[in-house]
Design a binder for this molecule. Structure first.
Ligand SMILES: [Zn+2]
Ligand SMILES: [Zn+2]
Length: 313
């Protein structure tokens, strides 16, 4: 009996020491392999700042870019107020700036405003002058080539900051099939595409009405072509739509990573409190990128180096 207890103790002890060793190994590899998350929000579904920063830490993020909402307004471009707070109760520009100024090593911040407010360019420019590093997330019901949108594309080029667009069929940044005209007209603007309609269109056979397609992918969709043909088009890997684009056809993902390896940027955009495990979509996206990258060099580009270049860090 005694020897049984002892061997059980020894067994548990060795498990514990191997768990500790692997945790230490994970921590040091996280330090050696930094990750830049280009897509996170303050007050996301009411998650407080303490929980948000703990989430980013648990996920192993080195630097996070906080993307604000615009000013709450009641107009068609915000679906009469329903899409205020990026439709997820997210905080405005000031809430993002505050966190970044308090911890500039770990946080950067964006500037945003409702695209078709007459005050939008001046409002965004005010924050760019204070150090905002991106415009977005632009998630409003406007045509993607509207005159108001184009003023912001010009502003992004002038301040050499990217603009991040949430493309969602019939809902936000409409007319994605015409977006190539903007890519050609504003070659000095870096556009970062995100969300359902951006990711659905990696598939040439994409049905625009399906927001979360699960079928095998035929290469050559609109997004595949924009990324190949326009040096100023980049891809934000974040959200459920980004993760689904990686997992729905793993064989396709590896070749997609291969051909667009300099254009893909990791982002999480998850509102959970875990930062790890099955309840954290951002952690799953990191795991999928590590699993499906054709090699280590491409993995490092997607998780860190591409964003480092785009944001000139
Ligand atoms: Zn979005
Ligand atoms: Zn998460």
């Amino acid at each position: 009996m005694k020897s049984h207890t002892q061997s059980r103790r020894t067994f548990l002890g060795s498990i514990l020491s191997s768990v500790t060793a692997s945790a230490v190994a994970q921590q040091s590899s996280a330090a050696a392999e930094p990750i830049l998350d280009i897509h996170q929000h303050t007050h996301y579904h009411d998650r407080n700042d303490e929980h948000m920063t703990a989430h980013q830490q648990a996920m192993g993020i080195t630097k996070t870019i906080l993307l604000p909402a615009g000013t709450p307004t009641d107009r068609p471009s915000t679906h009469k107020g329903k899409s205020n707070g990026l439709a997820a109760r997210c905080g405005g520009t000031e809430t993002c700036m505050k966190i970044a100024k308090a911890n500039p090593q770990a946080y950067l911040w964006g500037a945003n405003e409702v695209t078709d407010l007459e005050s939008a360019p001046a409002e965004i420019e005010k924050w760019l002058k204070l150090g905002a590093c991106i415009i977005g997330e632009q998630k409003f019901a406007v045509e993607c080539d509207s005159a108001h949108s184009q003023k912001l594309y010009e502003l992004a080029a002038e301040y050499q900051v990217p603009i991040l667009l949430h493309f969602q069929h019939m809902t936000y940044n409409l007319g994605y099939d015409r977006f190539h005209a903007m890519l050609a007209k504003y070659p000095k603007t870096i556009f970062i595409g995100h969300a359902q309609t951006f990711w659905g269109n990696i598939d040439k056979a994409h049905d625009q009405k399906v927001l979360y397609p699960k079928s095998k992918i035929t290469p050559g969709g609109i997004t595949d072509r924009y990324l190949a043909d326009y040096p100023n088009m980049y891809a934000d890997m974040s959200a459920g739509s980004g993760l689904l684009a990686l997992t729905r056809d793993e064989e396709h993902t590896t070749s997609f990573f291969q051909r667009h390896q300099d254009k893909i940027l990791y982002g999480s955009d998850c509102a959970d409190h875990f930062g790890r495990g099955p309840g954290c979509q951002g952690a799953q996206t990191i795991a999928a990128i590590r699993k499906l990258s054709p090699n280590k060099s491409v993995e490092r580009k997607i998780l860190w180096e591409n964003s480092q270049k785009v944001f000139r860090l």
